[in-house]
Design a protein around this ligand. Structure first.
Ligand code: UFG
Length: 330
């Protein structure tokens, strides 16, 4: 049995590939390396470099490999960039999904686990957010991911393709030994930026807004460890392979941390002073996102092992201190 991980050289993809290889799955990876890193790939995985929008390339991979299920992690995922370049997101994310589903259908591959996101909910009416709550994205990134969920839904109805949408909240951390981790160029996410400031590779952190309707005025987010996500992908795949219905699951800790609380936790973990200043709000940012992950815990039997924001920061710190320039240090 082979699992195809599309986008397997990205941050979440590479940790998932690594975990599946450790669990002795046969793993095939497709990545165009536009944001992914070849160095992040577990050596046991078979790697095809190419773009999922390239149908002849995709056909070749599906012809050469016996694929039982697909994990789809290939997408652009930067909220502020999506506000400036929405069509880039529709092309890579939405059209990419179109091609993937078309090729899967052509080759009779019926199972797909998809990296969806809390950004599909937009500004929630209530927290913690449940899977049944309205999905009204506030940015093009979230819109494309919601469209991708719908494409899988209609492909299920038309072609019997079963899917699991994993709606991640804010992902952080790294493999505990610091051998793989988060490396985006440029980096826009809060926890890696905070740790770059702690490490001295950046001078200071700008916190985007302190006038939100939250306890300290800064945005509140729900952090989940990338290793817990990797296991969630494996569980979702097994759920589908066992013949279950299509479904969507929130993946988070059910606890919110404000941006200021994250900085404080990072000061405690690293022992470093982390200079900050308050800047303007960043367009497209919802004020508070906290997951209700009860459904994943009960139906998928997801049991996060690293459900602690300091552990997330500690593992990201190990990666940061070992690889201050990311994969170009390797
Ligand atoms: N932030 C700062 N300063 C920075 C960077 C970020 O204050 O330099 C703030 C943001 O404004 C936000 C919080 O830190 O309030 C988290 O921002 P990130 O960019 O780290 O993450 P997002 O919440 O924007 O988005 C992430 C993923 C999405 C996912 C979303 C769900 O990138 O894929 O979490 O919560 F959908």
């Amino acid at each position: 049995m082979s699992v195809l991980v599309v986008g397997g050289a990205g941050y979440i993809g590479s940790h998932t590939v690594d975990w599946l290889c450790e669990k002795n799955y046969d793993v095939v990876v497709i990545d165009n390396l536009s944001t992914g890193h070849k160095e992040s790939l577990n050596k046991k995985a078979k790697f095809y470099e190419g773009d999922l929008r390239d149908k002849s390339f995709m056909r070749k991979v599906f012809k050469d490999e016996t694929i039982d299920g697909v994990i789809h992690c290939a997408a652009f995922s930067i909220v502020p960039e999506s506000m400036k370049e929405p069509l880039k997101y529709y092309d890579n994310n939405t059209y990419g999904m179109n091609v993937l589903l078309e090729i899967m259908n052509e080759f009779g591959v019926k199972f797909i686990v998809f990296s969806s996101t809390a950004a599909t909910y937009g500004e929630p009416k209530q927290v913690p957010i449940k899977e049944t709550d309205p999905q009204v994205p506030t940015n093009p990134y979230g819109e494309t991911k919601l469209a991708m969920e719908k494409m899988m839904h209609w492909s299920d109805i038309a072609y019997g393709m079963k899917f699991v949408a994993l709606r991640y909240f804010n992902v952080g951390g790294a493999k505990e030994d610091g051998s793989i981790g988060e490396d985006h160029q440029p980096e826009t996410h809060l926890t890696p930026i905070v740790l770059q400031v702690a490490h001295g590779t950046r001078d200071e952190l700008t916190i985007f807004g302190d006038d939100y309707d939250t306890p300290d005025g800064t945005n509140v987010r729900d952090y989940v460890h990338v290793l817990d996500l990797a296991e969630a992908h494996r569980l979702a795949l097994e759920y589908l392979l066992s013949g279950n219905e299509s479904n969507a699951f929130n993946l988070g800790s059910s606890t919110g941390f404000s941006n200021l609380q994250i900085v404080q936790a990072a000061r405690e973990v690293t022992g470093k002073d982390i200079p900050t200043k308050i800047g303007d709000r960043r367009p497209g940012d919802p004020s508070t996102l906290i997951a209700d992950s009860t459904k994943a815990r009960t139906i998928l039997n997801w049991n996060p092992q690293y459900d602690d924001v300091k552990k997330i920061i500690k593992d990201a710190w190990t990666w940061e201190t070992k690889n201050p320039q990311g994969y170009s240090d390797k």
